[in-house]
Design a binder for this molecule. Structure first.
Ligand code: KG4
Ligand code: ZN
Length: 340
């Protein structure tokens, strides 16, 4: 089974070709139009996807040495995300499927991130605890099976990646700031600046807006925070507080639960401190850690194709697919009575 998958939910345009579990090709282009705006501009994102879509798909086909006629199914992310961006990938992919007379598979973006933990490795032993951390989401999920998800905790305000991006903006870094801050944190002293770790209670929810406000209050007091070495100390201290709070919740989630795999996915799963902290927790509880290779942490179409394959192997029909900018992960459960 060969699947052509398309991802266009935000500012990455990506196409991948999967054959069984093998990723034959993956082409991802990050839109550059947003950089000077300090965030993704929805209208510009939609227009840029229109310009990129055809070329990205053709490059993915050529890299796999395949033609459209070799495809058995076409998939696209249908939500959640920016409506104008989603519409481009959805119409492109569903139109192709119609023309090729193949099935079309509608994929949930966060579910694709969730299962990206299995890309290029053996399927995970379940139940699996997944920390899903991106620019828009911070979720702690117990995965019992495909479509059997229990959301144990989520952010009450900002997402973890959003906190990175907002603090980066405060410090004059370009958007998105997470990867650059991760690198700068290595050059700073994480004990230099005292910052709060929120929600140190028994709940598995997260909160990052207080941490961001604490950084904002500090940078308003002194211009020294805008240049090294103090800037790097501040970033290192922010990273320690932000990651520490996520790790505390992960450790707490193990208490009283049967968990056979620990996993993390989404753009922030690329973070070096998060990865090493999760490795320690996995060793502490004697379970394997599944985190995707870096190229599958950020938005990409390989993860979309992988979830599409799961749908197709289960015979899921997609006749009523549509774009859903808001699409809670909890709505995907096929098992009732879960606390979502
Ligand atoms: O999953 P993703 O590519 O897009 C969304 O669906 O949001 O995640 C992007 C987020 C951005 O907030 C970016 O700053 C963050 O992931 N990010 C990181 C790192 N690399 C990317 N945050 C912390 N450390 C990193 N190394
Ligand atoms: Zn994403």
């Amino acid at each position: 089974m060969r699947i052509l998958a398309v991802e266009s939910s935000c500012d990455e345009n990506s196409a991948a070709i999967l054959e069984g579990r093998e990723i034959r090709s993956l082409v991802t282009v990050t839109q550059s139009v947003h950089q000077s705006w300090g965030g993704v501009v929805p209208e510009l994102a939609g227009r840029s996807h229109l310009e990129l879509q055809d070329d990205v798909v053709l490059r993915a086909l050529s890299a796999a040495n395949l033609d459209l006629s070799d495809m058995d199914a076409v998939a696209a992310t249908c939500g959640p995300g920016l409506v104008g961006s989603l519409l481009v990938g959805y119409h492109y992919a569903s139109g192709l499927a119609l023309a090729l007379n193949t099935p079309f598979v509608a994929v949930h973006h966060m579910e694709a991130h969730l299962w990206s933990v299995e890309l290029e490795r053996e399927p995970a032993n379940l139940p699996m605890l997944v920390l899903l951390v991106s620019g828009g989401h911070t979720l702690l999920i117990l995965v019992r099976d495909f479509r059997d998800y229990e959301i144990l905790g989520q952010t009450r305000d900002d997402a973890l990646g959003e906190a990175y991006d907002k603090v980066g903006k405060l410090l004059g870094l370009s958007f998105p700031a997470g990867a650059e801050m991760d690198a700068l944190a290595q050059q700073g002293n994480s004990n230099a600046v005292a910052l709060p770790i929120a929600m140190r209670d028994k709940s598995l929810d997260f909160s990052y807006s207080g941490l961001k406000t604490a950084v904002s209050n500090l940078v308003n007091t002194s211009s020294e925070y805008f240049s090294a070495p103090l800037r790097n100390d501040l970033i290192a201290s922010f990273q320690r507080a932000a990651i520490q709070s996520a790790l505390e919740k992960v450790r707490l989630a193990f208490v009283g639960r049967h968990i056979r795999t620990l996993a993390a996915a989404g753009g922030v799963a690329a973070n070096s401190e998060l990865r090493s902290g999760l490795q320690n927790i996995a060793e502490e509880f004697g379970v394997p850690l599944a985190v995707p290779p870096m190229k599958y942490c950020a938005d990409n179409a390989a993860m979309v194709g992988y979830v599409a394959a799961k749908h197709l192997s289960r015979g899921h029909g997609m006749a009523d697919s549509k774009v859903r900018p808001r699409w809670p992960l909890s709505e995907l459960n096929t098992v009732s009575n879960r606390n979502c």
